[in-house]
Ligand binder design. Structure first.
Ligand code: NDP
Ligand code: 8X3
Length: 268
């Protein structure tokens, strides 16, 4: 029996491409690094904790990464971001996929009782950091006529939740920045995607509650959260669509989450 030829445009192969992931030292960024490693990419990993990136390198190579290069980077510091991109060895400059993942939440407070330092840290990291890295990397993509930017947003950017207004605001900003970037890139082949997960069990809540592990664990109590690998799966899917397909937005939640405030929690 012969099979009819498929009319489907082939998925894009990732092998050998340079994929830059910010916030690759933990959680969703680390899961993306592993997922891309399995596809044979060259991984350019950035985070403040470069020691963690170094520790991850052997495992990523064993999983299939063609090569791994690490950079110590605080995305909040524009001169540092600019210098880090400019200082990349020539063989690492042609970034084809940028995953703007670095981000955090700090505190859970009513807006009128919130801490200004927490607001500054969230806005500086989630909004300005994303802008800074994008500003440094995108001109090369446009010049080379190839590229894909994947921003990690959140359901929190679609629906606020009590005491989370500033974090939710940063993710709403991410959504509008992603939309505007796609408009500005129209006429180039560079694609722009936002991946917007709901609750994912990572260090996110430990960071939000400044190391209070018991309080962080309660966030995920009685339900099955998304795993970082589920988000990496969505990222990998978006970037492997045929070149003419731009996945604008993927929103995903655990089946135990309906929006930012409704959860199906089982007694524990
Ligand atoms: P983690 O805390 O596990 O990881 C956060 C990562 O961001 C770390 O690698 C950290 O690295 C990096 N990071 C934080 N601040 C900076 C900075 N100033 N410069 C460079 N890197 C930084 O959290 P998640 O994996 O959950 O979070 C990743 C992204 O996913 C964030 O943008 C978050 O808002 C988003 N998100 C998370 C969800 C969740 O429920 N967990 C749901 C939806 C979206 P280092 O400390 O080494 O610098
Ligand atoms: C993280 C998801 O809803 O826990 O962006 O803030 S949430």
């Amino acid at each position: 029996m012969t099979t009819a030829p498929s009319s489907k445009t082939p998925d894009i192969s990732l092998a050998g491409k340079i994929v830059c992931i910010t916030g690759a030292s933990a959680g969703i960024g680390a899961a993306c690094a592993m997922r891309f490693a399995e596809a044979g990419v060259r991984l350019l990993l950035a985070a403040r904790r470069e020691d963690r990136l170094t520790e991850m390198t052997a495992g990523l190579k064993a999983a299939g990464a063609a090569d791994v290069h690490t950079v110590a980077l605080d995305v909040r510091d524009y001169p540092q971001v600019q210098a880090a991109v400019e200082a990349l060895p020539e063989s690492w400059q042609a970034i084809e996929i940028l995953v703007n993942n670095a981000g955090l939440s700090r505190g859970l407070d009513k807006l009128y009782e919130g801490h200004v330092e927490d607001w500054d840290e969230m806005i500086d990291t989630n909004v300005k950091g994303l802008l800074y890295v994008t500003r440094a990397v995108l001109p090369g993509m446009v010049r080379r006529g190839v590229g894909h930017v994947v921003n990690i947003g959140s359901t929190a950017g679609h629906w606020s939740y009590p005491k989370g207004a500033v974090y939710c605001g940063t993710k709403a900003a991410e959504g509008r920045i992603t939309e505007g970037l796609r408009q500005d890139l129209l006429g180039t082949p560079v694609r722009v995607t936002t991946i917007d997960p709901g609750m994912v069990e990572t260090d996110f809540s430990k960071v939000r509650f400044r190391g209070d592990e018991a309080r962080a664990a309660k966030v995920y109590q009685g339900l099955t959260p998304l795993r970082p690998e589920d988000v990496a799966d969505a990222v990998a899917w978006a970037v492997t669509r045929p070149a003419h397909v731009n996945i604008a937005e993927v929103m995903l939640t655990t089946v135990d989450q309906a929006d930012s405030v409704m959860f199906n929690r089982r007694p524990t």
